[in-house]
Design a protein around this ligand. Structure first.
Ligand SMILES: *[C@@H]1O[C@H](CO)[C@@H](O)[C@H](O)[C@H]1NC(C)=O
Ligand SMILES: *[C@@H]1O[C@H](CO)[C@@H](O)[C@H](O)[C@H]1NC(C)=O
Ligand SMILES: *[C@@H]1O[C@H](CO)[C@@H](O)[C@H](O)[C@H]1NC(C)=O
Ligand SMILES: *[C@@H]1O[C@H](CO)[C@@H](O)[C@H](O)[C@H]1NC(C)=O
Length: 424
């Protein structure tokens, strides 16, 4: 019996160290455990999905996805959402990682905090953008907490912290004048003051890269390594690339073409969200099929075209979870305000940031913006360029904008590489 009591106590200790954040340095941050619990919203969503009429026939069958989501794709997803989509199962998967909330500068900030058991683990802040969420990193969180040994024997594992951007899902909407610089500041507070990590590494994708770049440049004592998929500088045109005598690999040429297409026909959503966030935000507020068309159309356009078939692992079910999270939390409107609040994100003037921290850049073939190595070098301490390349042999020849969902092994590989460069 005493043995049983002992093991029971041990079990309690293990559970509490795993599921509570490192330390709560300041009780004012009011750190609370959190669980995703949206089941009560699902019947209303399903009723709306069922009652939404779509046209019986495609208006212009030759119009492909550069004109927006195709009716056959949308109708197929509507049927899957209605008949095959099991929210309870999705919610259980989302709750397999430990969630918390904290109060920072008056905002509720939701975050995942999954801890490694290794003594020399690296704190890793991972930041999503629009239309992403913490869900975008679910396939990589647990693997990153596990030990990986580099070819030179360095032991790499991570404590993974994934906050929801203000106005997204379970983080409260910020004041109207809030910018990504403000988000960078409160995320640094989360890492340093709430969780007690004095130095950390980061990963950013989409607008999360913009926040990540601000942290990398302006918080140079705490951010000691960064992995970004975008940089907040205007991506070069094919003419710029040619004028700089940059030779692209065949894979990078695919990304270059997609970048040009995106520039030519992919900016409609961007303009709407920058200038009329309330119009689109309210038009689609209680309209799951509308949000599916708006968000799902972009997910399709920005991802590996093989979505859901090998090698891509981004399934329709995952896409429907992405949209459901926006709909069920009623944060579609506040999420699109991110664009209105940050109208001038991409600067034409490449500058070196004031940091000596290393940067690993990741580019996936089917992403929609291409920054060749020569451009990333101008704006960072680039130590490793992972992606389409003539020379490195480290090509990400599948996956796109949501790499955590369509090519998770490559994202894990890049973050392991980042860990090798991290020095606390
Ligand atoms: C932003 O708005 C808040 C009120 O919502 C105000 O307290 C704050 O001073 C404003 N900040 C700036 C920089 O204007
Ligand atoms: C954000 O901070 C950077 C410095 O890190 C500054 O150059 C930039 O103007 C700021 N942007 C806004 C919108 O305040
Ligand atoms: C590109 O190559 C051409 C021909 O060799 C040369 O005249 C030009 O200066 C080069 N441009 C740059 C930006 O290096
Ligand atoms: C960090 O930033 C500060 C302020 O911009 C600057 O004075 C300092 O040189 C930077 N440190 C490094 C290592 O670049």
């Amino acid at each position: 019996m005493p043995r049983m009591i002992f093991s029971f106590c041990l079990c309690v200790i293990t559970v509490s160290t795993l599921f509570l954040p490192a330390t709560s340095r300041d009780t004012d941050f009011d750190v609370q455990p959190f669980r995703v619990n949206l089941a009560h919203e699902v019947p209303h969503m399903k009723a709306l999905i069922q009652n939404t009429r779509l046209p019986g026939t495609t208006l212009y069958p030759a119009a492909d996805i550069e004109f927006g989501i195709r009716l056959d794709f949308l109708r197929d997803l509507q049927m899957k959402w209605l008949n095959d989509f099991d929210w309870t199962k999705q919610e259980a998967a989302l709750n397999k990682v430990p969630h918390f909330t904290a109060k920072i500068e008056g905002l509720t900030v939701h975050f995942v905090h999954a801890r490694s058991k290794e003594p020399d683990r690296i704190p890793l802040l991972m930041m999503h953008g629009w239309p992403g969420s913490f869900q975008e990193f679910l396939p990589v969180i647990k693997p990153l907490t596990k030990l990986w040994k580099s070819p030179t024997g360095k032991r790499i594992s991570f404590d993974v912290i994934v906050p929801s951007l203000p106005g997204f899902l379970f983080s409260s909407p910020p004041p109207q004048n809030w910018t990504t610089n403000d988000t960078a500041r409160i995320f640094n507070t989360l890492m340093v003051n709430v969780l007690g990590y004095s130095t950390y590494a980061l990963h950013g994708t989409d607008r999360g890269s913009v926040i990540g770049y601000t942290l990398y440049s302006a918080f140079n004592t705490s951010v000691r390594a960064a992995n970004l998929k975008s940089i907040p500088f205007v991506a070069p045109t094919p003419d710029d690339i040619a004028a700089n005598n940059i030779t692209l690999s065949d894979i990078a040429k695919v990304t270059e073409q997609r970048t040009a297409d995106n520039r030519a026909t992919g900016q409609g959503y961007f303009t709407e969200q920058t200038f009329k966030p309330n119009t689109i935000g309210l038009a689609l507020y209680d309209n799951p099929i509308g949000q599916l068309a708006w968000i799902g159309g972009n997910i399709q356009l920005w991802s590996d075209p093989r979505a859901g078939t090998p090698p891509s692992v981004l399934t329709d079910e995952t896409l429907l979870t992405m949209v459901s999270l926006y709909y069920l939390t009623q944060t579609f409107q506040s999420s699109v305000w991110l664009y209105a609040q940050n109208p001038n994100t991409f600067s034409p003037n490449y500058l070196k940031p004031a940091t000596d921290a290393p940067l690993v850049f990741s580019l996936f073939e089917f992403d929609i913006m291409l920054w060749p190595r020569e451009y990333v070098e101008r704006a960072s301490n680039l130590v490793l360029y992972k992606g389409p390349s003539l020379t490195s042999g480290q090509e990400h020849d599948f996956g796109g904008h949501f790499a955590g969902l369509d090519n998770p092994p490559a994202l894990i590989e890049d973050l392991h590489d980042l860990g090798v460069y991290f020095e606390p």
